[in-house]
Design a protein around this ligand. Sequence first.
Ligand code: ZN
Length: 284
Amino acid sequence: MKFSQPTAALLIPDQQPVEKALARTTHLAIGAHLDDLEFMSWSAILECFQQNDKWYTGVTVTDGRGSARANQYADYTDEQMAAVRHREQIKAAQIGEYAALAMLDFKSSDIKIPGNPAVIGDIKDLLLAASPRIVLTHNLADKHDTHVAVALATIQAIRELPEDKRPKTLHGCEVWRNLDWMSDEDKVVKDVSERENLMMSIMSVFDSQISGGKRYDLATFGRKRANATYFASHATDKASLLEFAMDLTPLVKDPKLDVAAFVSQHIERFARDVETRLRKFQKK
Ligand SMILES: [Zn+2]
């Protein structure tokens, strides 16, 4: 497999031949940074863990060179930081027993070029080689520009595939903004209560970010825990951890559907829900 960036890498944790390793993929997640996959796609990692018929492939798009750094990492150069982050990502893929890990190594600024054919081309090649039945990426209401750019590139790449090669399902996951605001009927709800231990170990390898000043591990765990408790007010918690996703499948089923208009409809439903409740109990 040839990627557009000379420094891109493809790792197969169990050393299978590349073509075979990719072809077994059922779940493919595409994250902007070298850690996003492990914060946003527990459902897919857990569903595939040690299964013979389900395999998770992870794709990271940025190169890690512009990362925030603090404490022990404060004096690291961009090159050192990128190297550390790549090593951490590889550790996570090994612990999670991924089918494959592709690190595409684009500069953040390149990803934000609308319709960048290099980014879209690499994602397309991976989708063709892996033919996953479900693809996960960032949700379109995320507040991080690079996350949104990656989600848009993913949608574009899928739209450019022949119809019979498109994945059946595309989900947008939570990182820099949760999806609690979406109406419950629209939320894709995934129970990730099993194997807390595994997910805690997978997240813990991102030391350069966590000891580097941000407790992403606790925050991610806390968000999924809060999702489970605050999802339904009248039921007791059946799940202790929940992930929410935005179903982006309509955008790839209908390539003409406008992305911004699609997301705006979700936001309008949220606005209507808040307004209706207020009007119901407001003193006339
Ligand atoms: Zn990120």
